[in-house]
Design a protein around this ligand. Structure first.
Ligand code: 2HA
Ligand code: ZN
Length: 294
């Protein structure tokens, strides 16, 4: 398991005595736990974290800046922000010990047009191939959560990918199937789930389509590819991913036991979904309630 506290403070010495950057170890721990769940074959998956103002100020002072590189898209909503991000090709099964080759901290320019290196990628790496998507999605989640969301986590969970081969690729169908899989779901994603068709990994098209969905939803399914979940912190993002995967597992297990049909003898009715949400003071997405199959 992850252990050495030495990677709490890798790279240059801290500018302020006693200051730590725990996000590096926390992102590593999340990746390691995700690998343990079977979500990260080979170099599958990626993750990013938007640094707090205090963390960003420390990095700006302690870590020299590299040359600016174009982002390939305009992301003014994250202009001036710093991000910890997994390296392209990095394997989450190797997220142990020295994380500096596997992760890096980058700074986005004030206009949201370019980025530059601040820390990490010590083997000469670069941010994940989905980096532009992460930034556009951070921008979307910041707007949706009043700046609270800081983590974007992408994984390749088997049951979610399998489900994307069975269900019509629209948010309402996926949301209803997974809300009804278990009572926990409405607590984890009351807004519902986004769905994007099968687009080229790392493409601007996938980045833009995902960001558009993440303005409304805290997670989005990538058909025949995986799942992307956001959260205020690492536990929140990991927990959201975990719960959505569990719901997909349950849907598929029940469907298999039901001869392949999704017409379950004891389906969770919309009235119960509403009652759970009301009991917890949550606002369920009304657009996904009622209508056909309610
Ligand atoms: O970073 O998962 O979608 C590797 C991937 C690309
Ligand atoms: Zn992927």
């Amino acid at each position: 398991m992850l252990g050495p506290s030495s990677f709490l403070r890798p790279g240059p010495p801290p500018a302020a005595e006693g200051f730590e950057l725990p996000c590096i170890a926390e992102l590593g721990a999340m990746a390691w736990r995700g690998f343990g769940q079977g979500w990260h074959e080979r170099n599958g998956g990626n993750a990013s974290y938007r640094l707090t103002a205090l963390e960003a100020a420390w990095v700006r002072e302690a870590c020299p800046a590299g040359p600016w590189e174009p982002l390939g898209a305009l992301a003014p909503g994250v202009g001036g922000e710093l991000f910890l991000v997994s390296a392209t090709g990095s394997c989450f099964h190797a997220m142990e010990g020295d994380l500096a080759p596997l992760l890096g901290i980058v700074e986005v320019d004030g206009e949201g047009l370019a980025w530059r290196h601040r820390w990490g990628f010590s083997d000469g790496g670069r941010p994940t191939s989905e980096f532009t998507g992460h930034l556009l999605i951070h921008q979307a989640r910041m707007a949706a959560t009043d700046g609270a969301a800081r983590v974007i986590y992408h994984a390749h969970p088997t049951s979610v990918v399998a489900l994307s081969k069975l269900l019509p690729l629209n948010p309402r169908t996926f949301t209803r199937a997974l809300w009804k899989a278990m009572t926990e779901s409405v607590m984890v994603f009351p807004e519902g789930l986004g769905v994007v068709g099968c687009l080229v990994p790392g493409s601007l098209e996938l980045a833009r389509a995902s960001a558009e969905q993440m303005r409304r939803f805290p997670a989005v399914i990538w058909a025949s590819h995986g799942l992307l979940a956001s959260g205020e912190g690492f536990d929140d993002a990991f927990g959201r991913m975990h719960a959505i995967v569990k719901a997909a597992d349950i849907h598929l297990a029940a469907r298999t036991a039901n001869g392949g049909s999704d017409r379950f003898p004891n389906e969770l009715p919309d009235a119960t979904l509403r009652a759970i949400a009301e009991g917890l003071g949550l606002q369920l997405n009304e657009a996904f309630l009622g209508g056909e199959g309610a």
